[in-house]
Design a protein around this ligand. Structure first.
Ligand SMILES: Nc1ncnc2c1ncn2[C@@H]1O[C@H](COP(=O)(O)OP(=O)(O)OP(=O)(O)O)[C@@H](O)[C@H]1O
Ligand SMILES: [Mg+2]
Length: 491
C-alpha cells in the first residue's frame, strides 16, 4: 500500500497494482488522484495549492473538453477569465512543477505519468507536516508556558462538542496565550482532527467583508483576481462552504473589537455571521477570545447545542509560584500572598514581579513591608472604559459602595445586606430586580467576585484588590455629581 495524503484529508490508499511504474497494464488513474499528486507537487515547490478555477480548467483538459464545454459545465467563473487568465498560468505552473512543457492536449498524459512517478515518493509526509499540521496566522509565542493543563483538556473537549467557544476573562489573564497553546498542541498531535488551524487577531472593527475574505484566503489561497461577492450574506455563504469542505479550527483573538463599531449595521452583520456559523451545516470550530462576551450576541446563546462560554480564571497557585520564582522572586510564603492579591492574573504577576526585582532585589518579603497594589495599563484602561462607557449609574454605585464597605469593616458583603443597604440609600429608587440585574452584569464583567457559604448557601460579594484600589483612588470621579449621596455619607 502507498499513502498519498490529500490536502488536509484522510490519506488516499492506492491499490497495490498501481504502485509499479509505467506498466501498460496499470488501471487508469482517476482525476482525483491526479489532482492530489499535482496539489502535493505545487504545494511542495510553490507553497500554495491549486485554486478552484485551476481545478476546473484541469478537469476540462482531463476530459478533453474544449473551452465552450468547460464553460457550459460550470457557472462560477467567466469563460474569458478561465481561458485567458487561468489556463495559460496553469500550464506554466504545471510545466515548472512537472519539469516538462505542459499544454492542454498533453495534460492528462503528463498527469497520469506524474501519479505513477510520485506515488512512491515522500511528498505525502512533506505536505502533511507543512500543510494541515501548521498554523496559519501569527499566534503569540508559547515557548514559555506555565500550567493550564486542566484548561487545555477542557477546551479540547469543548471544541469537540461545540462549534463555537467564546473564552472570556479580564485583560492579562491569559486568553490569547492559552488558545495559542491549544493550537500549538493540536498541531503536534499525530491524529490530526483539523485540516487547518487558523489564528486571526482582530484589533479594530473591520468591515465583515474584509474579515470573511481574510478567513477564506487563509483556508484556501485563491488568486487575487477572483472577486468575492460584496453582499454580506453571499460572502458568508462562501465562507461556510469552505468551512464545510475543510475542517478548520479558527481562533478569533480580540473578538469583541468587532462589536466596538459605533455602526449598528456592522454589528448586526457580525451577529448574522455568528448566527449562521451556529445554525448552518459545516464541520469547523471557532474560539472567540474576548474580555466580555458582546451583549449584541446574547440572543445567539440560545443555540445551546452549538455555543458555550468558557470563563478563564487566573493561573493555579503552583504554576504561578513557579512563574514568580523563575522571574527571580524569593520568600516563598509571601509569593502566595502576591498570587492571591492578583488572582493569578499572569500579566499582573509579571508586572509586579519586575518591580519587586528592580526595587526590592527580588524579595517579596521586603516588598510586603511597603505593601501596595499595582494596576497594569491594560487593566486600568479596561476599567476606565467600563466605568465611563458601559456601567449604569446603579452599577457604579454598587461598585463604589462595595469598595468602601470592604475597606471599612468586611471582607465579603452578604447579598442580603447589600440589598437592604443599597435599596435604602440609592435614591430610594432601586428595585430588587434592578439590583440583582446590576450584580449579574458586574459579575459578567468580572468586576465583582462572589462566594457562597457552604452551610447557609448565602451568597456574598467582594472586589479583587486591583479593582478595589482603582475605585478607592477614583471614587468621587466614578459617581455622577449630585446624582445620589456618596456611600460614605449615606446614613
Ligand atoms: N500560561 C502562561 N504561561 C506563561 N505566560 C503566560 C501564560 N498566560 C499568559 N501569559 C503571559 O501573560 C501575558 C498576558 O497574557 P495574554 O495576552 O494571553 O492575556 P489576555 O487574556 O489575552 O489579555 P487581553 O485581554 O489583554 O488580550 C502575556 O505576556 C503572556 O505571555
Ligand atoms: Mg489577548
Amino acid at each position: 500500500m502507498v499513502l498519498l495524503v490529500r490536502r488536509g484529508r484522510k490519506p488516499l490508499i492506492l491499490p497495490k497494482e498501481q504502485q509499479s511504474s509505467d506498466s501498460p497494464s496499470l488501471p487508469s488513474v482517476t482525476f482525483e488522484e491526479a489532482v492530489t499528486t499535482v496539489n502535493n507537487l505545487v504545494f511542495t515547490q510553490k507553497r500554495r495549492y491549486l485554486s478552484e478555477a485551476e481545478i476546473v480548467v484541469l478537469k476540462g483538459a482531463w476530459n478533453s473538453q474544449d473551452f465552450s464545454e468547460i464553460i457550459a459545465q460550470q457557472t462560477t467563473y467567466a469563460g474569458n477569465y478561465l481561458q485567458r487568465r487561468v489556463a495559460p498560468q496553469l500550464w506554466t505552473l504545471l510545466s515548472e512543477v512537472l519539469g516538462e512543457p505542459v499544454i492542454k492536449r498533453k495534460a492528462r498524459f503528463l498527469l497520469e505519468q506524474a501519479v505513477r512517478k510520485y506515488s512512491n515518493s515522500d511528498l505525502s509526509s512533506d505536505i502533511n507536516s507543512e500543510g494541515s499540521g501548521s498554523i496559519k496566522g501569527q499566534p503569540p509565542d508559547t515557548s514559555v508556558f506555565y500550567g493550564r493543563k486542566q484548561e487545555l483538556l477542557q477546551l479540547k473537549k469543548l471544541i469537540s462538542d461545540y462549534r463555537c467557544v467564546p473564552i472570556t476573562g479580564v485583560p492579562g489573564i491569559g486568553k490569547s496565550t492559552l488558545s495559542a497553546k491549544l493550537l500549538s498542541d493540536i498541531s503536534l498531535e499525530s491524529s490530526q482532527k483539523f485540516d487547518f488551524l487558523i489564528w486571526k487577531s482582530i484589533t479594530h472593527p473591520v468591515p465583515i467583508q474584509d474579515l470573511v475574505a481574510d478567513l477564506i484566503k487563509l483556508i484556501h489561497p485563491i488568486e487575487p483576481s477572483i472577486v468575492l461577492p460584496d453582499q454580506t450574506q453571499a460572502i458568508i455563504t462562501v465562507l461556510i462552504k469552505h468551512l464545510h469542505s475543510h475542517r478548520c479550527l479558527v481562533v478569533l483573538d480580540g473578538f469583541e473589537a468587532l462589536f466596538r463599531a459605533s455602526n449598528l449595521e456592522q454589528r448586526l452583520e457580525y451577529k448574522i455571521l455568528i448566527r449562521r456559523l451556529l445554525e448552518e451545516e459545516h464541520q469547523s470550530r471557532f474560539i472567540l477570545n474576548c474580555r466580555v462576551f458582546p451583549s449584541d450576541l446574547n440572543t445567539v446563546l440560545k443555540y445551546k447545542q452549538a455555543i458555550t462560554c468558557f470563563r478563564l480564571e487566573g493561573l493555579d497557585t503552583e504554576s504561578a509560584r513557579q512563574l514568580l520564582t523563575d522571574q527571580g522572586l524569593t520568600d516563598q510564603d509571601k509569593l502566595l500572598d502576591i498570587i492571591y492579591t492578583y488572582r493569578g492574573n499572569v500579566a499582573e504577576l509579571q508586572a509586579v514581579a519586575q518591580r519587586i526585582k528592580y526595587f526590592f532585589a527580588g524579595s517579596a518579603e521586603k516588598f510586603y513591608q511597603h505593601k501596595t497594589t499595582f494596576i497594569t495599563d491594560e487593566f486600568q484602561s479596561m476599567l476606565d472604559e467600563t466605568f465611563s462607557e458601559v456601567l449604569t449609574p446603579l452599577e457604579r454605585y454598587i461598585m463604589v459602595y462595595l469598595a468602601e464597605r470592604i475597606s471599612l469593616d468586611v471582607s465579603f458583603l452578604s447579598f442580603n445586606n447589600l440589598l437592604i443597604e443599597i435599596n435604602s440609600q440609592y435614591d430610594n429608587s432601586a428595585s430588587t430586580s434592578t439590583i440583582i440585574k446590576a450584580l449579574e452584569n458586574l459579575e459578567r464583567f468580572s468586576l465583582v467576585e462572589s462566594m457562597k457559604d457552604p452551610n447557609t448557601k448565602e451568597i456574598s460579594f467582594t472586589l479583587q484588590p486591583v479593582v478595589k484600589k482603582y475605585i478607592t483612588q477614583n471614587s468621587l470621579g466614578l459617581l455622577p455629581a449630585n446624582a445620589f449621596p456618596s456611600p460614605a455619607n449615606a446614613s
